[in-house]
Design a protein around this ligand. Structure first.
Ligand SMILES: Cc1ncc(COP(=O)(O)O)c(C=O)c1O
Length: 404
């Protein structure tokens, strides 16, 4: 019976793995619901409320009856605001017609992937990677080519590594900086060097996932990949969302901008799959992009302080080293020694998951295992949580590791 049921699922979808990363958060939530004092570092979203002006725009949209279909790829005024933002902040000369508003950054990425990747295509993905990239490639029947970003180089890949990974079959290279899960950012010189390699392959495209562009620390500078060289504009699809920048993860508004033919194709796909993103959320996103921007810096400053404290506490733990993130809101400490010590019998490949499960069960601290991001020696901790939680949770973890 089980076999028959398995057979009715397509190979394309049956190949997807259940998310190890979500497993821990589900367990942590269940423990909290039982009344246990769980300290969670799993959050992939800011812990701040959506700014009031943005909420009001959403409420106004409902009250004024703005509750019907919009054009499938988004409201014209929102596309215009996105194109203006990309021009002003990122130096990218996209027309509004080169923009698609999607139901979150994830949806934007998936639509573009569906439009561009098919069987036999190779997609180069630097590791540690955001969990959904390889799974999206799988859904499109492409092949993920993973390039190891090493801790010693701040989890960044080098031009030589990228060159080795690229072949005639390379369709897309996915770049994500600041990175989830490592918080790594590339300098402009490093990006220029990667761009040189991309330009050696005339048919390869770049997906530039810029969702954390505004969360930068230690003077890190952000540069959109497509803005590095004029030739890259036709070779790059740029992705972003209001989710992280404006603390709007639940509103589900993201966008992509790129060459006209790609936008046309991804737009056709969206028009037959989801149609428009929620009308109300689009109005709120318009306010986010065109209204008061002061909440971004307030949030960034708060994250910055928490980041420094988290790195300090992690680095002081036995068997732990931590690269200081210069972007996003994650630390990705190497806990290889601690992991082997705490779960010596765990199987390679999922050791970090066993470790996180044990830590959660023993001291009620929730972290995300690195194996979900392609690195089984590390774990991901989000500092999108209060300073009090950081002190409490990492205090517990330090005591625990010392006692082992
Ligand atoms: C690197 C990266 N890209 C895309 C997304 C998707 O964001 P959204 O919530 O807008 O779909 C996330 C969310 O965690 C992310 O970390």
């Amino acid at each position: 019976m089980k076999g028959t049921k398995t057979m009715r699922i397509t190979k394309r979808v049956a190949r997807l793995s259940s998310s190890i990363t979500l497993d821990v958060s589900a367990k942590a939530k269940a423990m909290k619901a039982q009344g246990l004092d769980v300290v969670g570092f799993g959050a992939g979203e800011p812990d701040f409320d959506t700014p009031q002006n943005i909420k009001v725009a959403g409420i106004k949209a409902i009250e004024s009856g703005f509750t019907k279909y919009t054009p499938a790829t988004g409201l014209p005024e929102l596309k215009k605001a996105i194109a203006e933002k990309l021009q002003k902040e990122n130096g990218l000369p996209y027309e509004p017609s080169q923009v698609i508003v999607a139901c979150g950054g994830k949806h934007a990425l998936f639509n573009a992937m569906m439009a561009l990747v098919e069987r036999g295509d190779e997609v180069v993905i630097p590791t540690p990677y955001w969990v959904s990239y390889p799974e999206m490639v799988t859904m499109c029947e492409g092949r993920s080519i993973l390039v190891q970003g090493h801790e010693a180089s701040g989890f960044k890949i080098t031009p030589a590594q990228l060159r080795r990974a690229m072949t005639k079959k390379t369709k897309v290279i996915i770049l994500n900086y600041p990175s989830n899960p490592t918080g790594a950012t590339y300098t402009v010189a490093e990006l220029q060097a990667l761009a040189e390699v991309v330009l050696e392959h005339p048919t390869a495209l770049v997906f530039s996932d810029e969702i954390y562009e505004r969360l930068l620390y230690d003077g890190a500078e952000f540069r959109s990949f497509a803005a590095l060289r004029p030739e890259l504009l036709d070779r790059t699809v740029t992705f972003n969302a209001v989710s992280k920048t404006y603390s709007m993860t639940g509103w589900r508004i993201g966008y992509l901008a790129g060459p006209a033919d790609i936008i046309q194709a991804a737009g056709n796909f969206q028009s037959h799959s989801t149609s428009n993103p929620t009308s109300i959320a689009q109005k709120a996103a318009l306010e986010a992009l065109t209204g008061d921007q002061s909440s971004i810096e307030k949030m960034r400053r708060e994250f910055d302080q928490r980041r420094l404290r988290m790195v300090e506490l992690l680095a002081a733990m036995p068997g732990v080293s931590c690269v200081r993130p210069t972007g996003a809101f994650y630390c990705f400490p190497n806990m290889k020694a601690a992991i082997r010590h705490v779960v010596p019998k765990a199987r390679p490949g999922t050791r970090s998951a066993d470790f996180c499960n044990k830590v959660l069960a023993d001291i009620h601290v929730a972290m995300v295992p690195g194996c979900g991001f392609g690195n089984d020696d590390c774990v991901r901790l989000s500092f999108a949580t209060s300073m009090a939680n950081i002190e409490k949770g990492l205090g517990r973890l330090a005591e625990y590791l010392k006692s082992k």
